[in-house]
Ligand binder design. Structure first.
Ligand SMILES: Cc1cc2nc3c(=O)[nH]c(=O)nc-3n(C[C@H](O)[C@H](O)[C@H](O)COP(=O)(O)O)c2cc1C
Length: 320
């Protein structure tokens, strides 16, 4: 997710779940080819399994970008066919590609020919006046014929006229059944569902119909959710007993970033949702928002913020 799932966010989420697959922000093919690669696609080995999401609609450029990313060690290349922003439409990629399955198929075929790792597609169920029955089948059949290894479907249309990207994540109605029907029609194809999933109980319910569930805002805004993913869905022990232990386990990563000249805020801005709903959560956020943004802020600020929650919980248990 743009501006959210950067490398620090992903490294933090990896502390919370060893198994959840993490996705980068969308990076355009041309940015990968011509831009500052360390900044745009650099990642830490701790992040695996991690997928890089590309935006674009030029098969040659996408193939070249995919090869560069595979060479860097990403585990999957995902093509964005779901972003509705004007900038993206201007470049003729993202959700507007729902109207051009043949071109998306050419893109997938070119990427598949360039890399050995899985190439997947994230799409909507349709755009604007399209009939989602026909539009989703046409797009998915085309990309599967071109070799796509899996599909992730944001279970709502994008309305390209008149809605902002933010509105396009909430206003077009969700249609989970449409994604379930896609999976029923394509039993051999890994299909993941996305859109409006807020709890792991909801994930479990979706998994009765599809192979995977992608959480966007819920995972970012309440990252503690991720702490039970490994035991609930992968049959493995969760990595940490609680969020306090998770933050401690993340400290060496934070220390390394600071030692390399990075700022605490680069990291803690992705942690504001931790402890949501608990006593002390607001004080935690306030500390990070006020003290964590200072240039000289160090690990002590993060520890002091976490202590706000610890103390608030102690106070509550004394009262109880
Ligand atoms: C801040 C933000 C940035 C996003 N950036 C991307 C992106 O780069 N690529 C993408 O496929 N989807 C992006 N999305 C959409 C999400 O991946 C997801 O499809 C959408 O939010 C619906 O899922 P959710 O209800 O679980 O959040 C973004 C969403 C948000 C809130």
């Amino acid at each position: 997710m743009m501006d959210w799932t950067d490398r620090h966010c992903r490294a933090f989420h990896r502390v919370l779940s060893r198994r959840a697959r993490l996705y980068t922000e969308m990076v355009t093919a041309n940015a990968v080819i011509f831009g500052d690669r360390d900044r745009l696609i650099g990642f830490s080995p701790v992040e695996h399994p991690v997928a890089l999401q590309l935006g674009g609609s030029d098969p040659k450029a996408l193939a070249q970008a995919a090869a560069i990313c595979a060479e860097r060690g990403y585990d999957e290349i995902n093509l964005n066919v779901g972003c509705p922003s004007d900038r993206v439409q201007g470049g003729n990629f993202g959700a507007c590609l729902m109207r051009d399955p043949a071109l998306v198929a050419d893109c997938v075929a070119a990427m598949k020919a360039a890399v050995a790792i899985p190439v997947t597609v994230k799409c909507r169920i349709g755009v604007d006046e399209q009939d989602p029955e026909a539009a989703l089948d046409a797009l998915t059949d085309a990309v599967l014929a071109a070799g796509a290894d899996a599909l992730i479907v944001h279970a709502r249309k994008a309305w390209l006229e008149g809605l902002s990207p933010k509105e396009n994540r909430d206003i077009p109605p969700l249609d989970y059944d449409r994604v379930y029907r896609l999976k029923a029609r394509l039993p051999g194809v890994p299909v993941s569902i996305n859109g409006g999933i807020g709890t792991l109980e909801e994930v479990a319910a979706h998994l009765a119909h599809v192979d995977g569930a992608m959480l966007g805002r819920a995972a970012y805004q309440q990252p503690e959710l991720l702490m039970r993913v490994d035991s609930l869905f992968f049959g493995e022990a969760d990595p940490h007993e609680d969020a306090f232990a998770a933050v401690e386990a993340y400290e060496p990563y934070v220390a390394a970033h600071l030692a390399a000249g990075g700022r605490l805020h680069d990291i803690t801005r992705h942690m504001l949702g931790l402890f949501t709903g608990r006593p002390g959560a607001r004080a935690f956020r306030r500390r990070l928002a006020i003290e964590g943004v200072k240039a000289e802020a160090g690990l002590d600020v993060l520890r002091a913020a976490v202590d706000e929650v610890r103390r608030a919980e102690e106070r509550r248990s004394m009262v109880a």
